[in-house]
Design a protein around this ligand. Structure first.
Ligand code: NAD
Length: 396
């Protein structure tokens, strides 16, 4: 194990940041790193290195996205004393190897979701995160939808008891980028590189939201997976698709609430539709990512003649994260969730506190995803999840 470099950082030196990957998430995270200090009070940091595989392309991306340098070997950044934070925006099959090595080298780690492709990898990452945390080295998983102000407000309202006892929750995450049967193979359609399909990719977000909003644990799971197009054009001819195109699950929460989760990458016409509905005995909430500045709220404690869903425009300074942005009503977008994520991560690092969602929380989601697969393989039978498989920060 390498000696952590983190503790040797002079307190007046800005935190040095390296990001790995410069495509979809690499671009979204770079944008957040570039903008966060313009809006939020965060500790001083520098965008030091962007890492990719193609030297020319990563150099171009680094120049475009505000990184001082580029590199083609992620291991090289772990040897550098001027790098304190590693932001992993590479595909899931690389998460465990990079995150564990970075934590062992004393670097704070932010890793994209899902935590890993297998439970074994996720467990090893969680062990590494717990050991690093003991040395003041922090880690977080990028479930960025927790940083949508309307969903953070939803969590506050639920925690305040405004919905009373939650009875059930519906979570649907639907996309259509695979609706065309001729759409080509990618790493996302191979089990060895992606772990699973729509399940790990987008059900992980939906399940994290259920856990985050309700602050609850899952005790039982049923699942169903389906692959509608089993072969797609690859570079050398047709290739088998080895992951699911769509997934369905029901989750029993420890509180007794039930969640339904439905995800697809073949829902024709749905581009990136994340919808959440939460129903309690005193009220209900509705959220739609396509109108992410809004939260629907029905207060069932009002006289029935006055009830009805009201649209809260979540753009007031008193709403989560909004004070830092524009005057009220000047709406924000999807990319702001990543800026909020970086802000929360940096704030936790400077406070010496463990950020959330932790790797333990990411592992919890992996256990639920694995239970969905287990159920699907057993004709959707009910799978029990006990509390011991669901770790907490304290218990890790
Ligand atoms: N939070 C979200 O909303 C969200 C959305 C999309 C993807 N993701 C997650 O982000 C991660 C990356 O997904 P993506 O969509 O950005 O994938 P992508 O295919 O667009 O980009 C992957 C990047 O990883 C880089 N990479 C691959 N191997 C590498 C190596 N050996 N060394 C350095 N870089 C390497 C590639 O060059 C590329 O820049 C995945 O875990 C995915 O699940 C999260």
């Amino acid at each position: 194990m390498t000696t952590p470099t983190h503790s040797s950082r002079p307190s007046d030196r800005p935190l040095g940041v390296a990001a790995i990957g410069y495509a979809f998430m690499g671009k979204a995270h770079s944008n957040a790193w570039r903008n966060v200090a313009s809006f939020f009070d965060v500790p001083a940091f520098e965008q030091k290195v962007l890492v990719g595989r193609d030297a020319t392309q990563v150099a171009d991306a680094a120049a475009k996205y505000g990184w001082a340098e580029s590199a083609t070997d992620w291991r090289s950044i772990l040897e550098r004393d001027d790098i304190d934070i590693v932001d992993i925006c590479a595909p899931g099959w690389m998460h465990a190897e990079i995150a564990i090595a970075a934590l062992e080298a004393g670097k704070h780690v932010l890793v994209e979701k899902p935590l890993a492709n297998t439970i074994a990898e996720a467990e090893a990452m969680t062990v590494a995160a717990a050991a690093a945390r003991g040395k003041g080295v922090q880690s977080m998983i990028g479930f960025n939808y927790r940083r949508v102000p309307a969903l953070a407000l939803a969590k506050e309202l639920i925690a305040e008891g405004r919905l009373g006892t939650i009875r059930h929750i519906r979570a649907a995450y639907l996309q259509d980028w695979l609706a065309d049967a001729e759409s080509p193979m990618t790493w996302r359609l191979r089990k060895e590189t992606a772990g699973s399909g729509a399940l790990g990719d987008i059900a992980s977000h939906a399940i994290d939201q259920v856990l985050y909003l309700l602050g609850d644990a899952v005790t039982e799971v049923t699942g169903r997976l389906h692959t509608f197009v089993s072969s797609r054009p690859g570079p050398d001819g047709p290739e088998d698709v080895t992951v699911d195109d769509a997934a369905w699950a029901t989750l029993t929460l420890a509180s007794g609430a039930i969640a339904s989760v439905e995800v697809s990458r073949m829902a024709t016409g749905q581009k990136n539709s994340l919808k959440l509905e939460i129903y309690g005995d005193k009220g209900s909430l509705l959220f739609d990512l396509e109108a992410l500045n809004e939260l629907g709220f029905l207060d069932a404690t009002l006289p029935v003649r006055e009830q009805g869903f009201r649209r809260i425009l979540v753009n007031e300074p008193e709403h989560p994260y909004l004070e830092a942005w524009w005057p009220q009503g000047h709406i924000i977008g999807w990319e702001h969730t990543f800026t909020h994520q970086i802000r929360d991560f940096l704030t936790s690092i400077s406070a010496g506190e463990a950020p959330s969602p932790s790797f333990e929380e990411g592992l919890n989601v992996q256990h639920i995803l694995a239970a969905v697969e287990e159920s699907a393989a057993a004709k959707s039978s009910l799978i029990q999840l006990n509390a011991t498989t669901q770790t907490s920060i304290e218990g890790a």
